[in-house]
Write a protein that binds this ligand. Structure first.
Ligand code: PLP
Length: 439
């Protein structure tokens, strides 16, 4: 059983000086109750909080920590870079090396660095609108692409967790050009393009959604989207902020586009490519990317874009993300997925565990039926997660504080980390079995 007096004290102080005491809403534990845990340090698969409790981490900073925390090679690269200066406001070598690494691993021919996934998707959409001279954009319910005004309609985990119906502050005219469709629904996509084909600038989708829980694209769905966009003169934007460099060395494209022989027009990246620092990017076809300033007329800029420390950390991370690292990560994730499903089944908890490569999540009370869209994800018994989450936390396992989030494993999740989780699971599964909707 863990106790958290120092976290509680910090949370009180944080609430006095910042809204909700957090700098990103899902960290606030609103969906699971209790006090957010303030972490002091992290190494490998483990987090240590300000009360000296240790946890196996299954959040991984929401995706970036592919190799685990504080990888010594990444730390050494950052330490070497920091003493040379932390930001120049000029071009520098690390950003070129990182861009070459990204172009070498993925479908994109040209890439622009930014500082967050939100900035990447916002800029990609502006570029698609500028390139096509059209205004409408298509997105899927349950897909989250950052807190871009035009993309917050039915935006998955963070918004669902807080039960926010819509977001005040986004004028209706800003979302008037956003068409929201059910995921995996080809007929809905066909109907939207039939009605508005000549007005649609782009369709943006998570390459494989992880923000309504993990909902895999049905076989051929991304290819269908790419072809539909091409036929209608719209751009296909694949959001790989979460999946990029995680599910394969090239991201989700390595599981469908590359073997099937098609390419998205634009791709957004973040998380893993920053190695735990604020670095993100968007890239794609050269003719489209050439529309960006300073070559073309579409303006996009950033004071800290391509920051030398962030790009150094990202480059060190990607260079370490080789076949061996992905092998270890995939193996740990597969093992964990069976531990979870075995424990839940043993406790009689109906559930569906879904994965896209090493990313996975649990849908509660679904009885094994596949979840294919946001409506399906929302019909789960999310209230079973709260006691499960707290039982795991008490036993030293840090899970995402929302039932709608993906569980992130790293290449550092070794036998010791997995056995801590295996020990914690049976009691947590029993707590989920005994849960009540009102509890
Ligand atoms: N796109 C996807 C698929 C994401 O999962 C996220 C964040 O979780 C974003 C975009 C936004 O990235 P950021 O939080 O860095 O702005």
């Amino acid at each position: 059983m863990t106790s958290h007096p120092a976290s509680e004290q910090l949370f009180d102080r944080a609430r006095a000086v910042s809204p909700g005491g957090v700098n990103s809403p899902v960290r606030a534990f609103r969906a699971v109750g209790g006090t957010p845990i303030f972490m002091r340090s992290a190494a490998g698969a483990w987090l240590t909080d300000v009360d000296d409790n240790r946890y196996v981490d299954l959040v991984g900073s929401w995706g970036p920590m592919l190799l685990g925390h504080a990888h010594p090679t990444v730390l050494a690269a950052v330490a070497e870079a920091v003493v040379l200066g932390t930001s120049f406001g000029t071009p520098s070598e690390p950003e070129v090396l990182l861009a070459e690494e990204i172009v070498g691993r993925t479908s994109v021919e040209s890439v622009r660095m930014v500082s967050s996934g939100t900035e990447a998707t916002m800029s990609a959409i502006r570029l698609a609108r500028g390139f096509t001279g059209r205004n409408k954009i298509v997105k899927f319910a349950g897909c989250y692409h950052g807190h871009v005004d035009a993309l917050l309609a039915e935006a998955g985990s963070g918004v669902v967790t807080l039960g926010l119906p819509e977001t005040p502050g986004v004028p209706a005219h800003v979302t008037a050009d956003t068409i929201v469709l059910p995921y995996n629904d080809r007929a809905a996509v066909d109907a939207a393009f039939e009605a508005y084909g000549s007005e649609i600038a782009c369709l943006i989708t998570e390459a494989a959604p992880g923000n309504m829980g993990v909902v895999p694209p049905e076989p051929g769905f991304n290819r269908f989207l790419a072809e539909t966009c091409a036929r209608n003169g719209a751009l296909f934007i694949s959001d790989e902020v979460m999946t990029g460099f995680r599910v394969t060395r090239s991201g989700h494209w390595g599981l469908d586009g590359d073997p099937e022989g098609w390419q998205p027009d634009l791709v957004t990246f973040g998380k893993v490519m920053g190695g735990g620092f604020p670095a993100a990017a968007f890239g794609g076809r050269t003719d489209v990317m050439q529309q960006l300033a300073p070559v073309g007329p579409v303006y996009q800029a950033g004071t800290l874009s391509g920051n030398p420390i962030a790009t150094t950390a990202g480059l060190a991370t990607l260079r370490l993300a080789d076949a061996e690292a992905y092998g270890r990560l995939d193996e740990a994730s597969t093992r964990l997925q069976s531990l979870v499903t075995d424990a839940l089944s043993a406790a009689g908890v109906a559930h569906t565990l879904q994965n896209v490569g090493n990313m996975f999540s649990v849908f509660w009370g679904t009885g094994g039926a596949p979840v294919t869209d946001f409506a399906g994800a929302q019909s789960q018994e999310a209230w079973r997660y709260k006691p499960f989450f707290h039982a795991m936390l008490d036993a030293g396992v840090y899970l995402p504080p929302s039932a709608y989030e993906c569980w992130f494993v790293s290449a550092a999740h070794d036998a010791e980390a997995l056995s801590r989780i295996a020990e914690a699971l049976p009691a947590a599964a029993r707590a989920a079995a005994q849960a009540h909707p009102e509890s």
